[in-house]
Design a protein around this ligand. Sequence first.
Ligand code: FES
Length: 77
Amino acid sequence: MSEKKAYAPIAVKLEKDKRYGWCTCSHSSNQPFCDGSHKAHNATPSMGFAVEEEKTAFLCTCKQTKNPPYCDGSHKN
Ligand code: FES
């Protein structure tokens, strides 16, 4: 019997104008951010982003979101 891995977004406090690298490949040990693991796995690189004001956001860990890096509820599908 196979079990589907449960994913949930991670709430992170984002700083104004700081550059972040959201992991797109799932290999990072520092979810939801990139730790460079995609290089060893020949996987997709991180997606850079920044925010215009400090805020707490729920970032996607399932990598199925249609609104990266933010969770859009796709992990429930
Ligand atoms: S964790 Fe919610 S859409 Fe990916």
